[in-house]
Design a protein around this ligand. Structure first.
Ligand code: HEC
Ligand code: HEC
Ligand code: HEC
Length: 97
């Protein structure tokens, strides 16, 4: 199955993301992605080294520690070539700013 998890860092599992990202977690849990095993780290990269608060609050540091913001080319591996960028914000719900 297509996944972006393998980024050279260890996996921690979606439960670890939940305590800080409840809105995204609750919405993701109800999706076909969750049922098929495409979890947070499958789209955002394994999180052992970016999941701490000081790293997460610094986007450049988080990316250096393996965080990925997936682009539509990844979605197309399963959704096909007709998928466009309008699919991206619908991956899961977002917390109001
Ligand atoms: C200790 C709390 C904490 C944990 C645990 C945590 N995050 Fe975060 N994350 C944050 C904070 C704080 C931000 C900064 C933006 C915000 O306030 O939402 C953030 C930002 C992000 C972003 C957005 C980056 C950007 O600016 O575009 C993504 C994606 C993300 N986290 C994914 C995850 C994933 C996946 C996990 C689990 C592997 C995880 N986070 C675990 C606190 C956390
Ligand atoms: C199917 C791939 C996919 C999965 C699975 C996924 N995300 Fe995301 N996530 C995205 C995309 C794409 C964006 C950027 C959305 C945009 O462009 O508006 C994003 C954005 C975010 C952000 C930035 C703030 C926001 O809400 O926009 C956070 C935090 C986040 N994801 C956390 C998580 C967590 C935690 C999980 C697991 C519970 C998760 N994501 C699962 C694709 C995914
Ligand atoms: C590993 C395969 C896989 C990947 C990669 C994937 N998806 Fe999905 N996604 C699915 C499956 C399977 C479904 C449920 C069947 C369907 O609706 O096509 C689904 C359904 C969805 C849905 C709800 C149905 C719809 O089309 O409105 C959204 C939104 C979605 N995915 C967004 C994304 C985004 C955004 C990405 C890339 C960041 C992505 N997906 C990557 C497999 C995947």
């Amino acid at each position: 199955m297509p996944s972006l998890a393998s980024n050279g860092h260890a996996a921690v599992g979606a439960e670890k993301c939940r305590m800080c990202h409840r809105v995204q977690y609750d919405s993701w849990s109800a999706t076909a992605h969750a049922k098929k095993g495409l979890d947070c780290e499958g789209c955002h990269g394994n999180g052992a080294d970016y999941k701490t608060m000081p790293v997460m609050k610094n986007l450049a540091a988080a990316k250096a520690a393996g965080l990925v913001i997936p682009g539509v080319e990844f979605c197309r591996k399963c959704h096909g070539t007709k998928a466009d960028a309008s699919l991206l914000p619908r991956a899961h719900a977002h917390k109001a700013p």
